[in-house]
Ligand binder design. Structure first.
Ligand SMILES: Nc1nc(=O)c2c([nH]1)NC[C@@H]1CN(c3ccc(C(=O)N[C@@H](CCC(=O)O)C(=O)O)cc3)C=[N+]21
Length: 300
């Protein structure tokens, strides 16, 4: 058997098409142009690439894109002042501070400075709580993207055994809440879980979000399982030439595709969905800020 490959890149393209429609509607019917501000501190090349992609796609769907680049040694107070300025700016409906921030800056202070109404990452305590109790608001981008792919592939998720590998605030915990809301039976496994392969073998749905390249092997999977690979790991690729690298997920794609019913590739799976969901969240926050009901096709 060989698994169906879930095309996240294509799904994200279609999602961005729907988002462009919502932008158009907000502009013509309500006079609102949604705006997303992205803040990057320092010059990490990978972060630069992501932020450039985010800005490009933001503009492509017709939103205003505001990019703020701060030097790597910027004082924490200066970054917090910029966040406060963006909180107060009526043209800005979403604020994203690219993580990680340099070591001299406390990421929790940065997150707490962001107005929850503009928190398109859904990192603030207020939005984490809203997701937990099912109130409308932005939903963590990567988990939202995974949920959309799962619903699209499976239809209803009700009653499925879902195993999430990884318990981060970024992915594992919000993913747990979303799958629970869709009536899955959810297990959150992590680095201290005993007999992990045996736990994973019970799963109809596996979400791998641990950050360990190619850790999940085909023989860990139940036949027909749906595998969502959140990992983005850059590893050496000597076959491509001296010093070259390639991207791999947290799942060993070759062996997993022999057993799984469906699997997301890396690249081209969850990554593009994360950015599309950032734009979706900007529509959600722009709607809520203006007292409008956010579009139901863009959220959980
Ligand atoms: N405040 C904040 N919010 C984030 O959402 C956030 C962040 N900080 N810091 C960094 C991580 C990482 N992240 C990715 C987004 C898209 C791809 C993506 O599109 N990946 C492509 C490949 C890109 C490549 O070739 O490098 C793919 O998987 O196909 C990857 C990673 C968002 N993050």
């Amino acid at each position: 058997m060989t698994a169906h490959i879930i095309d996240g890149k294509l799904f994200a393209e279609n999602l961005r098409g729907r988002i462009a429609g919502h932008v158009e509607r907000l502009k013509t019917e309500h006079g609102i142009t949604p705006g997303l501000a992205v803040v990057i501190v320092g010059t990490d090349p990978a972060s630069q690439v992501y932020v450039t992609n985010k800005a490009k796609q933001t503009a492509e769907v017709g939103m205003n894109s505001f990019k703020h680049e701060l030097p790597g040694d910027v004082p924490e107070a200066e970054l917090l002042a910029l966040v406060h300025q963006l909180n107060a700016d009526p043209a800005v409906h979403g604020i994203l501070v690219q993580m990680p921030v340099p070591k001299h800056i406390d990421p929790n202070k940065v997150i707490e400075a962001i107005d929850p109404m503009k928190d398109v990452d859904s990192f603030t305590p207020a939005n984490v709580g809203k997701v937990q109790i099912g109130l409308p608001g932005p939903v963590s981008c990567t988990p939202l993207g995974c949920l959309m792919l799962l619903r699209d592939h499976l239809g209803k998720l009700e009653g499925k055994n879902a195993v999430i590998i990884g318990r981060s605030n970024l992915v594992g915990k919000p993913m747990m809440q979303l799958l629970l809301r869709d009536n899955c039976t959810v297990t959150v496994a992590h680095s201290r879980t005993e007999n992990l392969p045996e736990v994973v073998r019970q799963a109809d749905i596996v979400v791998a979000a641990v950050g360990r390249p190619q850790m999940v092997k085909g023989d860990w999977l139940k036949a027909g399982a749906v595998v969502i690979d959140v990992g983005i790991n850059r590893v050496p690729a000597p076959e491509k030439g001296e010093g070259k690298t390639r991207l791999v997920g947290d799942v060993d794609f070759a062996s997993a595709a022999e057993v799984a019913g469906a699997i997301t590739p890396v690249p081209g799976g969850v990554g593009p969905m994360t950015i599309a969901c950032l734009l979706a969240n900007t529509i959600t926050t722009a709607s809520l800020i203006n007292g409008l009901v956010p579009p139901s096709d863009l959220t959980a």
